[in-house]
Design a protein. Structure first.
Lengths: 112, 113
């Protein structure tokens, strides 16, 4: 089955620790995205990548980092510089930038 | 960041009712408008991607229209069913946003039998 996987589903970390969220797709999509959802807010774009070895900051990139070394993978690192990391994180991909996006199941990160 | 507004915030209808939601967005430098359906415990799924003023798209009982000149899109559901219960997300892109999607907060629909 083609799709997007995110792992883990739930993640708990202590304050001050970096944590990496996984996102893998086998849809052969060029573009990938990371969004964050907070209660009462719309999805907000953290980072996106239109092609391998290239990525751009979204609206709320501070405190996050990404890499795109392989077409299938777009991991997101939440660093200790992110002031409010507790949130629901969604990864998505699309054939090309601004085509319909396919979403993963999400990772809920809680920083204690 | 584009200001994408959705209304109403939530809606509760009876099975068989028809309903509609609104998405408002900046009309300048418009590029694309997306609608997604997000059911509880599932991932958001694309319903429509529209780019041209006057576009109308339909998928089963769900349809959408687009007015880029005045900056709004309507999503209609005809004869709502309990399985239509979900949050409906609207997202817009334009050249000012670097063509990245900006999402509204969504409209939460509950359809009861």
């Amino acid at each position: 089955d083609g799709g997007i996987t995110q792992s883990p589903k739930y993640l708990f970390r202590k304050e001050g620790q970096n944590v990496t969220l996984s996102c893998e797709q086998n849809l052969n999509h060029d573009a990938m995205y990371w969004y964050r959802q907070d209660p009462g807010q719309g999805l907000r774009l953290i980072y996106y990548s239109q092609i391998v070895n290239d990525f751009q900051k979204g609206d709320i990139a501070e405190g996050y980092s990404v890499s795109r070394e392989k077409k299938e993978s777009f991991p997101l690192t939440v660093t200790s510089a992110q002031k409010n990391p507790t949130a629901f994180y969604l990864c998505a991909s699309s054939v090309g930038f601004n085509n319909e996006q396919f979403f993963g199941p999400g990772t809920r990160l809680t920083v204690l | 960041i584009l200001n994408v507004e959705q209304s109403p915030q939530s809606l509760h209808v009876q099975e068989g009712d028809s309903t509609n939601f609104t998405c408002s967005f900046p009309s300048s430098n418009f590029y694309a408008l997306h609608w997604y359906r997000w059911e509880t415990a599932k991932s958001p799924e694309a319903l429509f991607v529209m780019t041209l003023n006057g576009d109308e798209k339909k998928k089963g009982r769900i349809s959408a229209t687009l007015n880029t000149k005045e900056g709004y899109s309507y999503l209609y559901i005809k004869g709502s069913q309990p399985e239509d219960s979900a949050t409906y997300l609207c997202a817009c892109s334009n050249s000012n946003s670097g063509y990245a999607l900006n999402f509204g907060k969504g409209t939460s629909l509950l359809v009861t039998p």
